[in-house]
Ligand binder design. Structure first.
Ligand code: PMT
Length: 221
């Protein structure tokens, strides 16, 4: 293939959902399968990069030549990603919970007779992407994903700016055939320098290589 080599570069990739425990048997999660992030990690390793893949709870095999770190919660993912720095690029493909239970109950929460509602207090998780972009060992290229059901462009550009990213890959979610769970996806990539790239619809494995081309370009210029 004509793909640019990533030899000599270190990439950190996050993938999958996070699970935020409510009690020993229940959690708050989301529909991320990990396919998008695993495809990026595998493609980067095939191009010769040294890859650390921080994975939430998913059932996918580890791509060849990838160093995988398994985590469960947003807090654990935050710690594992920052521990993997320094790196040349960070790609945040994980669907990280924005809120988590203020505390996990140590025993199973029981419903009471006559109880017809309950309130769970959630607190904000730390923003991994923003903290990577703000880190003393900030990678040269920081790439976020934006999963939106509507106003995709406005929200994606907002995140690009607010989190001080180099690239953001926006995908529409909430419909069949793209986004969460499926083997295919379509991405619109917005760059801090104003460039816009429409990638796909295509297999996530193919999109991974197209996204890595954009990253490789920026790392070698
Ligand atoms: O895993 P798949 O089934 O293959 O599906 C792929 C995907 C749809 C999950 C993926 O393509 C994707 O869009 N991932 C990001 C999903 C998401 O959580 O988007 P967001 O708009 O909520 O978050 C924006 C960005 O901030 C993401 O890069 C996310 O990793 C990051 N974030 C969010 C919250 C937080 N506490 N820390 C973060 O780093």
């Amino acid at each position: 293939s004509t793909s640019a080599s990533l030899s000599g570069l270190r990439l950190v990739v996050s993938a999958g959902p996070t699970y935020e425990d409510i009690d020993p048997v229940r959690f708050i999660g989301n529909r991320s399968s990990g396919k998008m992030g695993f495809a990026i990690a595998g493609a980067a390793a095939r191009r010769g990069a040294q890859v650390v893949l921080v994975a939430g709870p998913v059932s996918l095999p580890t791509p060849a030549d990838v160093q995988r770190v398994d985590v469960r919660s947003a807090a654990q993912m935050h710690e594992a990603v920052l521990a993997a720095l320094p790196a040349d690029a960070y790609i945040g493909a994980a669907a990280v919970a924005d809120f988590a239970p203020a505390q996990a109950a140590s025993s199973k929460i029981k419903k009471q007779a006559g109880q017809d509602s309950m309130t769970l207090t959630l607190v904000r998780t730390r923003d991994i992407l923003a903290d990577v972009a703000d880190h003393p060992h900030r990678p040269r290229i920081v790439v976020g994903f934006a999963a939106e059901t509507d106003h995709v462009e406005a929200y994606a550009r907002g995140k690009l700016e607010k989190k001080r990213l180099d690239l953001i890959a926006a995908n529409r979610v909430g419909m069949a055939g793209t986004g969460f769970e499926s083997d295919d996806n379509a991405l619109t990539v917005y760059a801090a320098d104003g460039a816009v790239h429409a990638l796909g619809p295509a297999a996530k494995t193919q999109l991974a290589d197209a996204l890595l081309d954009l990253i490789a370009q920026r790392l070698t210029e």
